[in-house]
Structure formats: structure tokens, C-alpha cells
Design a protein around this ligand. Structure first.
Ligand SMILES: Cc1cc2nc3c(=O)[nH]c(=O)nc-3n(C[C@H](O)[C@H](O)[C@H](O)COP(=O)(O)OP(=O)(O)OC[C@H]3O[C@@H](n4cnc5c(N)ncnc54)[C@H](O)[C@@H]3O)c2cc1C
Length: 568
């Protein structure tokens, strides 16, 4: 097995991974830093796919207190308040760094100030953007900066195990499969960042990039780390619905469409949001997704089985000008966004849940850090649109600074050989077994998660889902990929993807069964009440599937209070 050493090892090259690399390099210029990524650096992950933009309190009239309160209210009071405060405070620094040091160009007003647009669930228009393709601007500039520094890259290297030392208390390195050759690579590191970006691709309709299959979360569970808020899976209300024959189905039509005044119509072309929320189409994502799902259940659907979004009343020229990328995406699928109707369906978009972590991004495993969508606690029960990329860049930078400080006194640990051997054996399992119909297993996973662990849940459905997911895991273990070769064997990687997705689906299902109320993205038809905010608790799950309910610490503001009032 190939072996390498690096002081700092970063898993993933999204906003979190690349910011961590740049900050670690700045804070510890002599350290060896390696970014290892399942895809290509600069071309993979979801940060590149960010359309709408980046929330930050910049404008006069806005404030970090207001941004914070929107985040807490949006998160249904389940956020870790100190993490949320750090998010809103450091977002201001990060957006300045992106513009003034890293070279991003964001859209501007005629007076030269940064243009900030409306996003749902916010009391102030604070979303910074570059048209509706903001993520490409951010990731291209970050990637250029990383390429120009002495930062090593391991591309198309899939992390498969967080390898601890023999004590089991500290990280010693990470085991990878070099996807190009199919060989194993063991990288020892003093500090490791988990930034593989979560990604709820276990649902029939989903938005994240194809390289994301919850590998990081599955590895963290196996390593004994606790996850919080795993039941909180955000559905974006407006996934494009263009039929089962195209991968465009499920991809997101950005929130700015509703933010700027778009209407949702059911299959009978009636506007329906007034029956669900006074904020109409500008209600938060959870509310709008449930409303659409309810209309679908009533049978008021479009030809492909969803609802419509309509923008024409805003003026086709304006829509074409402001949402060029969205108009083109819809046109590719035969829809006219500017002047006609486009079919949409709620689509699994983001995981609020993830690894429990501290303010400096450290975890319970010494030397292991986490940032971005792999982490849990910043958004509580619901992430505001625009807070995702803020989260990954803010905490990626924090993690880079923390790891640079950590490695100063740290030594390399010796990887526990038995863990490496077990991990290799687990990965090798499908070789030589009779070829499976992985597509059929994936369809089973899609069905069970969409029907029973999706937008509406109840105890019976969740219990059935738990059984079906266990059976699915067992089926995967029995099925194989035949005698195929190892180099770029995408069937093998599909099998590994499914193993990760099923493991994390089981955690989502168990946390959803444990939460007997309805908050944010989690709605129980058998427990539709939100429950008292004062006694809010979050779920915390470990690999054994047991869920603890831990009280939320209201460290900055209590339910019923507001930082805005006390600031006034
Ligand atoms: C279509 C879309 C639109 C979005 N729009 C917005 C928006 O407008 N505003 C907003 O705030 N947020 C938005 N989001 C959410 C936002 O993209 C994410 O919150 C954020 O970018 C996640 O950053 P990250 O660095 O954690 O992960 P990512 O950017 O997803 O990066 C993950 C990285 O990990 C790598 N990886 C995965 N598995 C492995 C493995 N096993 N080994 C090694 N590497 C691995 C991937 O290849 C990738 O490089 C959007 C998401 C999507 C999907």
C-alpha cells in the first residue's frame, strides 16, 4: 500500500476545504498541506453549484444581530447559538476576503455598493451574488489561489476510513482509494479536516453533485463521533421536474425566483400558498416544500407529478436579465421560465445535521476537525438560503487557522493497523461476489427515503423504513461487482456510495423517530405540534443508532427575546 505523510490533510475541495487550505497555509507557511478530493479540485462538490448567493450583513440598516435572529428563528430555535453567532460575525470578514484578497467579483448597485438580493425567510435583503452562478465565481477564485501555492493535491482520491491511533482517541491518518488505479493509499497526518460536504443524495429527487454520497458522515459514525440534528434534511421547494429520463430532474431552481416574486401554481393553475402561510411563496423552504407536497397528495399535479413555478407576471425581459442561468437551464429541458410555466417538485438539498463540533471546528477525536455541510448545529432545524456557503467558507477558514495552531506541538501518530485491515476488507467485499443490480437497490433506497423518511413522517412509516434500510444494507453486503478490474471502476464506487448512503439514511431515520414533534424541516404527522421552545432539545446519535435528546443552550437569546430589541 502506498503511504504518505502530510502535516495537514483536508478531505474535500468545496468552500470549506479550500478556505481551510488557504488559511492553514497562511498561518503555517512551512507546513505540508494536502487537499484530497473524490472529484477534481475546483470542479467537484456543491459550493461550485451555488446559484443564489451568500448571506452577509453589509448594508446600512442590516446588522449581524438581525442576521443572527433570522438564523435562529429560521432554525426553529435548535441552532447552537454560539456557532450561529460565529457564522454571522465572520461572514462579513470572509466576504471581504473573497472580494479584496481572492479576487471575486460580485454584482454591484449603480452607486458601487455590493448588490444584495432577497432570499426567503429573511427580514433584510442580504444575499450577495454573482448573477445566479455565484458558486462558480467563488470556487474558481479559491481554486486558482490554492493552485498558486505550495499545497499538494490528491485528486480522484476517495477517503474510505478515518484511521485512529491504537488508543482510539486521536486521528492518525486517512485511508483512500486512488480511483484512477484502484489502489489503496494511506496518508498519515497530524490534523485532518472532514469537509466532504454531506449531501442527501439518498432521496429520489435531490440537488447535490454526483460525487457526494455522505462518505464523510458515514466515516465519522464508524469512527465513533456523535452527529446532531440528523433528522433535519432540507428539501428545496423548487427542484426542476423534467421526467425520469433526465438527470436535470431534481436540480434546483434557485430561491431568488420566489424571493423576487415568483408564483407557485398547482396542476389546476391555482396559486395555493395562501392556504399554508401568510408569507406566501416567501415562506421558509420547509413550509413551502410541505405545501407543495400536500398539493401533490391532493392530486393537483402537473403532467410529471409536481406543481408549476410562474415568473411571467414579472416581465419576461426582467426574468431573462436577472435569472439568465435559470432561464437557460429550463430551456434545456423544454420549459420557458421567462414567459411560461415550469414544473417543479421539492428536492432534497441540504443536511442541517452533521458531526458535533466546537467553536474552533475540533471534534471529540483529537486532531480531527470538521467544517461545512459535514458539521451539525449551525443551522438548527432549517438552513436559510444563502447561509450554506457562508457556513462552509466561515468554518473552513476557522478550521484552517485551528489546524495550523494544532500541528505546532503535534507529532504523527501510528495508525492502528487492524483498523486499516478492516477498512480494506470492507471495501473489497463486493469483488468476486455475483454482480448485483445496483440500480434496483438504489431505486429501493430512493423509494423508502422519499416515501417514509421525507417531507412528511410518522412513527409507523419510520419503523418500516428502519427495517427496510437494514434489509437493504444486508442485500448490499451480499451483492457484488463480479470480477471487474479496479482502475476507475465506477460500479465499485457506486457500491461504496450506496453503503455510505444507507448508513447515513439509517441515522436520519433513527433521529426522525426519536424526535416526537415537528420543527423546521422535520414534520411528524403524528406529532404535528412544534412543542415548547423553552425546552428545545436536539438529537444526538452515535453509530449504535441510539439517540440522545440534548437540551439546547440558549447562550445568547431565549425564545421570546430578540437581540434586536436589546440592541435598540
Ligand atoms: C444546486 C445547489 C445550489 C446551492 N445554492 C446555494 C446558495 O445559493 N447559497 C448557499 O448558501 N448555499 C447553497 N447551496 C448549498 C452549498 O452549496 C453548501 O452548503 C456548501 O457549498 C457546502 O460546502 P462544503 O465545502 O461543505 O461541501 P462541497 O462544496 O459539496 O464540497 C465537498 C467536497 O468533498 C469531496 N468529497 C466527497 N466525498 C469525498 C470522499 N469520500 N473523499 C474525498 N473527498 C470527498 C467532493 O468531491 C467535494 O470536493 C447549494 C447547494 C446546491 C447543491
Amino acid at each position: 500500500m502506498e503511504a504518505r505523510d502530510t502535516d495537514i490533510l483536508i478531505l474535500g475541495s468545496g468552500g470549506a476545504g479550500l478556505f481551510a487550505a488557504l488559511h492553514a497555509h497562511k498561518a503555517a507557511p512551512g507546513a505540508s498541506i494536502t487537499v484530497a478530493v473524490k472529484g477534481l479540485l475546483g470542479k467537484s462538490g456543491c459550493t461550485r453549484m451555488v446559484q443564489g448567493g451568500y448571506n452577509v450583513a453589509l448594508a446600512p440598516g442590516d446588522s449581524i444581530e438581525r442576521h443572527f435572529m433570522d438564523t435562529i428563528e429560521g432554525g426553529a430555535w435548535l441552532c447552537d447559538q454560539d456557532l450561529a453567532w460565529k457564522l454571522v460575525k465572520l461572514a462579513v470578514e470572509r466576504i471581504r476576503e473573497l472580494e479584496n484578497e481572492l479576487g471575486c467579483f460580485f454584482d454591484r448597485n449603480p452607486d458601487g455598493t455590493v448588490h444584495q438580493k432577497a432570499f426567503a425567510g429573511q427580514t433584510f435583503d442580504r444575499t450577495v451574488h454573482k448573477g445566479d452562478l455565484t458558486g462558480i465565481e467563488i470556487i474558481n477564485r479559491l481554486a486558482e489561489q490554492v493552485w498558486s501555492r505550495k499545497i499538494a493535491r490528491l485528486e480522484e482520491h476517495r477517503a474510505v476510513e478515518l484511521v485512529k491511533d491504537a488508543s482510539g482517541k486521536a486521528i492518525a491518518g486517512v485511508l483512500f482509494i486512488d480511483m484512477r488505479t484502484g489502489q489503496y493509499v494511506l496518508v498519515r497526518a497530524k490534523a485532518v479536516l472532514l469537509a466532504t460536504g454531506g449531501g442527501p443524495t439518498m432521496y429520489r429527487y435531490h440537488t447535490p453533485s454526483g460525487d457526494k454520497s455522505c462518505d464523510g458522515l458515514a466515516m465519522a459514525l464508524r469512527a465513533g463521533l456523535r452527529m446532531r440534528d440528523m433528522e433535519m434534511v432540507q428539501f428545496h421547494p423548487t427542484g426542476l421536474l423534467a421526467g425520469a429520463h433526465t438527470r436535470m430532474t431534481g436540480t434546483v431552481l434557485e430561491e431568488g425566483l420566489r424571493g423576487s416574486g415568483g408564483y407557485l401554481l398547482n396542476g389546476e393553475r391555482e396559486r395555493f400558498m395562501d392556504r399554508y402561510d401568510p408569507k406566501l411563496e416567501r415562506a421558509t423552504r420547509d413550509i413551502v416544500s410541505r405545501a407543495i407536497f400536500a398539493e401533490m397528495r391532493r392530486g393537483k399535479t402537473t403532467p410529471y407529478g409536481g406543481v408549476y413555478i410562474s415568473m411571467a407576471h414579472l416581465g419576461p425581459d426582467r426574468v431573462r436579465r436577472e435569472f439568465k442561468g435559470m432561464v437557460e437551464r429550463c430551456a434545456d429541458c423544454g420549459f420557458d421560465l421567462a414567459g411560461g410555466l415550469v414544473e417543479v417538485v421539492p428536492t432534497a438539498h441540504y443536511m442541517m445535521g452533521g458531526v458535533e463540533f466546537a467553536l474552533d471546528c475540533s471534534t471529540a477525536l483529537s486532531g480531527l476537525y470538521v467544517a461545512g455541510e459535514d458539521s451539525g448545529g449551525v443551522h438548527g432545524a432549517n438552513r436559510l438560503g444563502g447561509n450554506g456557503v457562508a457556513n462552509s467558507t466561515v468554518f473552513g477558514a476557522v478550521a484552517g487557522d485551528s489546524m495550523a495552531a494544532w500541528i505546532r506541538g503535534a507529532q504523527f501518530s501510528v495508525p492502528d493497523k487492524s483498523l486499516v485491515e478492516e477498512a480494506v476488507a470492507r471495501c473489497e467485499r463486493p469483488f468476486g461476489r455475483p454482480p448485483a443490480n445496483l440500480e434496483a437497490l438504489r431505486e429501493r433506497l430512493y423509494d423508502v427515503m422519499w416515501e417514509k423518511v421525507g417531507i412528511l413522517r410518522d412513527a409507523q412509516g419510520l419503523a418500516e423504513a428502519a427495517g427496510e434500510l437494514a434489509a437493504l444494507d444486508a442485500s448490499l453486503d451480499e451483492q457484488g461487482i463480479g470480477k471487474a478490474g479496479r482502475a476507475f471502476n465506477l460500479t465499485w464506487h457506486d457500491w461504496l456510495n450506496l453503503k455510505s448512503l444507507v448508513a447515513v439514511s439509517r441515522a436520519i431515520c433513527a433521529a426522525a423517530a426519536a424526535r416526537e414533534d415537528s420543527r423546521g424541516a422535520h414534520f411528524r404527522e403524528d406529532f404535528p405540534e412544534r412543542g415548547p421552545l423553552e425546552s428545545s432539545a436536539f438529537t444526538s446519535i452515535a453509530a449504535d443508532g441510539r439517540v440522545l435528546m440534548k437540551p439546547v443552550a440558549f447562550t445568547r437569546v431565549r425564545p421570546g427575546e430578540s437581540l434586536l430589541k436589546s440592541a435598540a
